[in-house]
Design a binder for this molecule. Structure first.
Ligand code: AMP
Length: 404
């Protein structure tokens, strides 16, 4: 079954075409990105994935005034007689769409219908940057690919199993009921994929597996997974709280917002920008990419060293909290740009936790991991893994499951 995974952004469409032979087995046929949609010059980068593992890349620079022309151009490339991978667009059985926010409406991937479209629209205030673009992608694909099923895979869905004590804020209860103010969590597709793969690696049946997943990238979040289901996560109503990120604060005292608003006369918009775009690693040391922070620290910049210590300390506190929340923990898994590549962050975030059953083997932990890698010592009662995430594959897999 050929499934086209679509991640539609405000000015881009990222895509990957899979041939799924079962829910557990899929092969990438082609992938790419249409960028700068709506600008004077747009670019479509298209890669055909060859059997020997190599890629044939091609780039087009035709103008793509909107998402409709963007998706049509992608389908034309996929069915190109020379460079394409399908002989007709009808071969695509389904499109799996990444959708940021479904609120409490959906706890599983769902075939697109009026209720799905309604839920995505209702959640636009909670995901103002992503939900409108995700919806655009769904509407355009429904129109262009009339023979294909459309499935929405929500970033919030995996976290819908959290119990109320984990998802409620200690605010007046009416604000939850009337305004939907609660913890939703994000990166759900990644946490779900990594938790499932880690359970397998740890040799524990998924429905009995207790796992902490740490998705550490430019945006970062952790999830505590009990018996294969999410019971807590570090992001909240929005992707701002929890861990220290590239430009986002993570957890801060919420009263800081009022204090700064009053002291500096900042508007709500300015405060929003401050905590989301000017804070995190960038706020502490001026660099938001962790590689630059390391370089600056090695060159002796004290603030960069401080930013690294703060980041690792925050991660460590969340690991401790989730070990407490879960009780028995089978495995911890690191994933995403930082989690997969930064051995210093992995080691420091779990340093001196032998008393909790976590012992990192520094040799196993050394370097970047492009494959699942065990980095804990044999003496560690909790296994620690690096598991490269694959959100697109998870979307293709879930789309396949919805259809079968
Ligand atoms: P992501 O959001 O998952 O794409 O991750 C992006 C982050 O991963 C960036 O902040 C980079 O600093 C970090 N990253 C990527 N490669 C490396 C690397 N080799 N070492 C350290 N950090 C890395």
């Amino acid at each position: 079954m050929k499934i086209l995974v679509i991640n539609s952004g405000s000015s881009s469409i990222k895509f990957k075409l899979y041939e799924m032979s079962s829910a557990e087995e899929g092969e990438v046929l082609a992938s790419g990105l249409a960028e700068r949609i709506g600008e004077d010059t747009s670019t479509l980068t298209y890669k055909r994935h060859e059997k020997d593992g190599s890629e044939t890349k091609q780039t087009w620079n035709d103008p793509l005034p909107n998402h409709e022309t963007g998706l049509k151009r992608i389908i034309k490339a996929l069915s190109d007689p020379e460079k394409g991978v399908i002989s007709s667009p009808d071969e695509i059985a389904a499109a799996g769409h990444r959708v940021l926010h479904a609120g409490e409406a959906f706890s599983a991937p769902t075939k697109v219908n009026d209720a799905v479209i309604d839920a995505i629209k209702k959640c636009i205030p909670l995901g103002p940057l992503h939900n409108p673009a995700n919806l655009d992608g769904i509407l355009v694909a429904s129109q262009i690919m009339q023979g294909a099923s459309q499935v929405a895979v929500f970033d919030t869905a995996f976290h819908q199993t959290m119990p109320p004590e984990a998802y409620l804020y200690a605010l007046p209860y009416e604000l939850y009921k009337e305004q939907g103010v609660r913890r939703y969590g994000f990166h759900g597709t990644s946490h779900k994929y990594v938790a499932r793969v880690t359970a397998k690696l740890a040799g524990v049946p998924q429905d009995q597996s207790n796992i902490i997943t740490a998705h550490l990238g430019n945006g970062s979040s952790m999830a505590a997974v009990r018996n294969g289901r999410c019971v807590d996560t570090s992001m909240g109503l929005t992707p701002l709280p929890g861990l220290i990120m590239g430009t986002r604060t993570g957890d801060i005292d919420p009263a800081i917002i009022f204090y700064l608003g009053k002291q500096l006369g900042l508007s709500l918009e300015e405060l929003d920008n401050l905590v989301n775009k000017q804070s995190g690693l960038k706020g502490i040391c001026g660099h938001n990419d962790l590689r630059d922070v390391h370089t600056a620290a090695e060159e002796g910049e004290e603030r960069a060293k401080l930013a690294l210590s703060m980041l690792a300390y925050r991660n460590k506190k969340f690991f401790g909290a989730y070990i407490a929340a879960l009780g028995r923990v089978d495995a911890i898994a690191f994933t995403a740009g930082v989690g997969e590549n930064d051995s210093w962050v992995r080691a420091q975030s779990l340093a001196d936790m032998e008393h909790l059953g976590v012992v990192i083997d520094l040799e196993r932990n050394d370097g970047r991991c492009s494959e699942p890698t065990l980095i804990s010592a044999d003496s560690s009662t909790i296994q620690v893994w690096v598991v490269p995430t694959d959100e697109e594959y998870e979307i293709a897999r879930e789309t396949y499951e919805v259809l079968s």
